[in-house]
Design a protein around this ligand. Structure first.
Ligand SMILES: *Cc1c(COP(=O)(O)O)cnc(C)c1O
Length: 370
């Protein structure tokens, strides 16, 4: 067994990139004095549409805002249900609750960790208004099957693409399937804007409603047409997002190349499966640890490899989503198994070849350690 080398730096699980280009962009906007919802935001929306097959893009201040505003714009509220995976970040279900609707949780496919279309169909009832698939870890959900189910039942589809900038299924980018797609620009995502979000849609009327809702219901100043919120993006955020968007293709290739190296070197656990026709963008590189996961994380940490668990508690087991009896109201065996087993390894674009070797060696050492 390799002896841990304490002189080596720990490889972090994520490393947000804030370089000179981002700093210069921010300073340029600050000096310009046009700082909120100005030319940078408009340019960012225009440029981002290139990532989603030319759909309309509406920038907002976070991924959560993107989801919440989309549900509002679709008229989803009290008495409506939205089918959503429980194996996701809480924001997916929080957005549903924030508009007064109820999430109905569907189980996942064990391979992709994304929502299982059969479970989605089984969860549909008379109050269902929308389906919210999540492209978890950067792997696209089974959008063709989910869209077919939505069409059959007359439901909206809101893609939670917050982890999947640039992911594709059958050559079509995520955010270009559903009624709307929602992206996040939080610092640890595949690209960031410090904080920020984007809604993408093919429907110009929906795009206009989203623009009104993010800015107090105004298109013309003080001519408020509807009740809206303030979920505007700043021009500083947009300028940083534009710099990041330029480099996203290169970073995505690095993530995919890093994942391919890990796939080829890791022998002690199953490497992340990729569905046929899917282009995985590896927001996370996630394996399953069937045994003692805490011990596995300690083993990796001792060898300078930081790992992370997304997500240790599925949403249906979080306090706000328990039933009136204090117990979870859903049986989701694959969700529970994933929450108990998943472990994400570093895959971010700033890893070196040496880092990848150390990560794979540390993971392969788990087999001996057990
Ligand atoms: C990050 C994330 C969000 C929320 O994005 P924020 O920009 O942090 O509000 C929503 N859903 C998923 C799956 C995410 O990973």
């Amino acid at each position: 067994m390799a002896v841990p080398d304490s002189t080596q730096e720990t490889i972090p699980a994520a490393r947000p990139i804030i370089g000179e280009a981002e700093i210069e962009a921010a300073v340029r906007v600050l000096r310009s004095g046009r700082v909120v919802q100005g030319p940078e935001v408009a340019a960012f929306e225009e440029e981002f549409s290139g990532l989603v097959a030319g759909r309309h893009c509406v920038a907002v201040n976070s991924g959560t805002s993107a989801l919440q505003l989309t549900l509002l714009a679709l008229g989803i509220g009290p008495s409506d249900e939205v089918v959503v995976p429980s194996f996701s970040f809480a924001a997916s279900a929080n957005a549903v609750r924030l508009v007064g609707a109820e999430p109905v949780f569907a189980d996942i496919e064990p391979g992709s960790f994304c929502v299982d279309p059969a479970a989605v169909e089984a969860a549909i009832g008379p109050r269902t208004a929308a389906i919210m698939p999540v492209h978890l870890y950067g792997h696209p959900a089974a959008m063709e099957r989910i869209q077919a189910i939505a069409d059959r039942h007359g439901l909206a589809v809101v893609e939670d693409a917050c982890q999947a900038h640039g992911a594709e299924l059958a050559g079509r980018p995520v955010g270009a399937f559903g009624t709307a797609g929602c992206f996040s620009f939080y610092p640890t995502k595949n690209m960031h804007a410090l904080e920020g979000g984007m809604v993408t849609t093919a429907d110009p009327a929906l795009a206009r409603t989203l623009r009104l809702l993010r800015n107090q219901g105004m298109e013309q100043r003080y001519a408020n047409e509807i009740v809206g919120a303030n979920m505007r993006m700043t021009d500083v955020a947009a300028a940083i997002g534009r710099e990041q968007l330029k480099r996203l293709p290169e970073w995505t290739e690095r993530r995919r190349a890093n994942a391919a190296v890990l796939d080829s070197k890791i022998t002690s656990v199953e490497t992340p499966p990729v569905a046929a026709g899917a282009r995985h963008v590896y927001h996370q590189y996630t394996v399953r640890i069937a045994g003692d996961r805490d011990a596995a994380q300690r083993h990796l940490a001792d060898r300078g490899v930081q790992s992370a668990v997304y997500y240790p508690t599925p949403i249906h087991r979080l306090l706000p989503y328990l039933g009136a009896d204090g117990k979870p109201g859903w049986e989701l065996p694959e969700t529970d198994r994933a929450a108990a087993e998943v472990l994400s390894l570093p895959v971010h674009p700033t890893l070196t070849g040496d880092d990848l070797g150390r990560i794979a060696d540390a993971v392969n050492g788990l087999a001996d350690a057990r």
